[in-house]
Design a protein around this ligand. Structure first.
Ligand SMILES: *Cc1c(COP(=O)(O)O)cnc(C)c1O
Length: 236
């Protein structure tokens, strides 16, 4: 693997985000980079923090908690859990993260609410939507989204912020936009239905489809490879 120079990759990703926002006629502050640091060492996160990055996304709980301990002196990091979430892992998410993007069923939401420490701010929640409608992918079906959103909004300790999706990959920019458009429309429908909720987040777009996601209204793009370099093949 070629060596990754974070000053260069962060400058390039920020320029890509700025260009995509400008092309979409959106304000430069309208969307932010969530740096996906899974499988990458704490030292890289520390270096990225030195470059001004504050929001980091992790997928693997034990790895994330170990890195958080190493980085405890950087107390302004905002930690996002973006990986698949089983119910035996909810306590660790509730105790160690500021955000979770992968809530897709009521049982998980109820456990997170019960387990969120009372002295912490509410856990920010994005509901993961199965937007490409593939049997293999996680996420709540669009038909069940309203009910899940209503449950999450009723639970103390949780704050519903928006929606997340991981569409089926496509190399065609026009095709990439379709699922992102569906997710944006789903958020708009939720906002209309629940106008009092703080629904300000569309978590969509990764290294290969950032532009398509920004064109459809993403507010948080989850970027790993383009910032930190390629990852070894996942083991879980
Ligand atoms: C790994 C991961 C990313 C980052 O993907 P890249 O293609 O490396 O940018 C984004 N979102 C989720 C949910 C991930 O698991």
């Amino acid at each position: 693997m070629t060596e990754v120079v974070l000053t260069e990759t962060f400058a390039a990703a920020r320029a890509r985000l700025a260009a995509a926002l400008a092309a979409a006629g959106r304000d430069p502050q309208d969307a932010a980079l969530l740096a996906v640091s899974k499988t990458k060492p704490a030292l890289m996160i520390r270096e990225a923090h030195g470059l001004g990055q504050r929001q980091f996304g992790e997928n693997y709980l034990q790895e994330a908690i170990d890195k958080q301990a190493e980085l405890a002196d950087l107390d302004d990091i905002v930690w996002h859990f973006i990986g698949p979430l089983q119910s035996n892992k909810t306590r660790q998410v509730a105790e160690h993260f500021d955000w979770v993007h992968s809530v897709d069923r009521e049982k998980i939401a109820r456990r997170l609410a019960e387990q969120r420490p009372a002295d912490r701010a509410p856990l920010n929640v994005c509901l993961q939507v199965n937007i490409s409608d593939e049997a293999s992918k996680a996420g709540v079906a669009l038909a069940d989204l309203d009910a899940l959103a209503e449950t999450v909004m009723s639970l103390p300790g949780l704050r519903l912020r928006g929606l997340m999706a991981i569409p089926a990959p496509s190399a065609d920019p026009a095709e990439q936009r379709l699922p992102f458009k569906r997710l944006r429309e789903a958020l708009e429908a939720l906002k209309a239905r629940f106008p009092e909720a703080a629904l300000d987040t569309l978590s969509m777009g990764m290294s290969d489809d950032l532009e398509a996601a920004i064109a459809e209204g993403a507010t948080l793009v989850r970027i790993g490879t383009a910032l930190f370099g390629a990852r070894p093949r996942p083991t879980t």
